[in-house]
Design a protein around this ligand. Structure first.
Ligand code: Z5A
Length: 212
């Protein structure tokens, strides 16, 4: 039985440029963990289903304009509105695999030249991931994958700036994975890291807060 009472789930975040393969890997990891008998849910930010999420979605589709600071705070609010549910799930033993989190928030906004410390401030106090998997891919290579859609930010020059901003955010919880490899090879590397992390959390690693 994989479910020790009182053991918590892990908070695992996937980050990377547009088209780096986050969505593909997330669903593979989900099946993998589920197959091993773990409780697991897949989440993504922005969560476009909430009221705030709908404002974000309309902005990304270029259907509305917003000041850079204002949209930054909406992305952050979108995480805050899910924080308590996130904690409840983790404490009840469910592992969450999350497509994008605060690091996207900071990387994308600071790529527009907003001050990085200002960008981090509203994220302070959200739950800190136990593991951040950064799917590393050259922006040029990502752009070749099926082409970009029509959303705001899906342009090569901007993605280059985002890649640079991400580099300023790495810390001990990050693992950098070569995402230009074939899907199966990327998955193979991720599986081991994820399993390690889930085990550490089950064995009593404390939940902590981001950037405080
Ligand atoms: N944003 C922000 O500004 N602030 C914030 O706080 C947050 C987000 C949370 C919307 O994100 C935008 O919001 C995003 C950041 C910003 N803008 N950009 N760019 P989103 O989550 O809705 O969209 P996304 O994550 O950028 O897009 P995506 O298309 O879902 O990318 P992906 O999940 O990384 O990739 P994928 O769908 O798994 O794969 C893309 C294609 O590549 C697909 O055809 C796959 O079959 C193929 N693929 C995947 N892996 C491979 C490998 N290994 N080899 C070859 N081909 C592959």
């Amino acid at each position: 039985n994989n479910h020790k009472s009182n053991s918590r789930g892990a908070l695992i975040v996937l980050e990377g440029l547009d088209r780096s393969g986050k969505t593909s890997q997330l669903s593979r990891l989900h099946s993998y963990l589920e197959g091993l008998g773990y409780l697991v849910e897949s989440w993504r930010f922005p969560d476009r289903n909430t009221g705030v999420g709908q404002m974000i979605s309309s902005y990304l589709a270029n259907k509305s304009q917003l000041d850079d600071h204002a949209i930054h705070l909406l992305f952050s609010a979108n995480r805050w509105e899910k924080r308590s549910l996130m904690e409840t799930k983790l404490r009840s033993g469910t592992t969450l695999i999350v497509d994008r989190y605060s690091f996207s928030g900071v990387a994308f906004s600071s790529a527009k030249s907003l001050d990085i410390e200002w960008c981090k401030a509203p994220e302070v106090g959200l739950l800190a991931p136990d593991l951040v998997l950064y799917l590393d891919i050259p922006p040029e290579k990502a752009a070749e994958r099926g082409g970009y859609g029509g959303e705001r930010y899906e342009q090569l020059e901007f993605q280059r700036k985002v890649a640079h901003s991400y580099q300023l955010l790495h810390d001990a919880s990050w693992k950098i994975v070569d995402a230009s490899l074939p899907v199966e090879d990327v998955e193979k590397q991720l599986r081991e890291m994820v399993l390690d992390c889930v085990t550490t959390c089950r064995n009593g690693k404390a939940l902590s807060q981001l950037w405080s």
